[in-house]
Design a protein around this ligand. Structure first.
Ligand SMILES: [Zn+2]
Length: 104
C-alpha cells in the first residue's frame, strides 16, 4: 500500500517502525528534476541531523512493495515533469536481495 507523508513526522516514523523493509521515494521540490528511491532503512534517510524534520521540506511516498512504489514514482514524475532514480547504495542492496531470491 502506498502512503504519503508531508509535514507528518509522527505518521512517517510510525510507518517506518512497521515497514523497516519497505521503500521510500523522496519527492523533491519542483525545481529538482529527479526524485530518489531508497530502501526505508537507508542511512541517507536516517541521518540524525534530520531527526524530527524528515518530512518537512518535501514529501515522502512510502510502500512495502517495490513494484508498487516504482509505478507510483513514474506516475508522480509524469505529472510533475520529473524522473526518478534509485539511490545507488539502495539499488545495490535491492539487486543483491533479488539475486538471492532467484537462487532459491
Ligand atoms: Zn538510499
Amino acid at each position: 500500500m502506498v502512503q504519503r507523508f508531508f509535514k507528518n513526522e509522527v505518521g512517517y516514523e510510525d510507518w517506518f517502525s512497521k515497514n523497516p523493509e519497505g521503500l521510500v521515494l523522496n519527492v523533491y521540490e519542483e525545481n529538482v528534476t529527479t526524485d530518489k528511491l531508497h530502501l526505508a532503512n537507508c542511512f541517507h534517510l536516517r541521518a540524525e541531523g534530520e531527526e524530527g524534520r524528515r518530512t518537512n521540506s518535501y514529501e515522502k511516498v512510502c510502500s512495502d512493495s517495490a513494484e508498487e512504489l516504482m509505478v507510483e514514482a513514474t506516475r508522480i514524475g509524469i505529472k510533475r515533469n520529473k524522473v526518478w532514480a534509485w539511490c545507488p547504495h539502495c539499488k545495490k542492496k535491492f539487486d543483491e536481495k533479488a539475486a538471492r531470491f532467484l537462487k532459491l
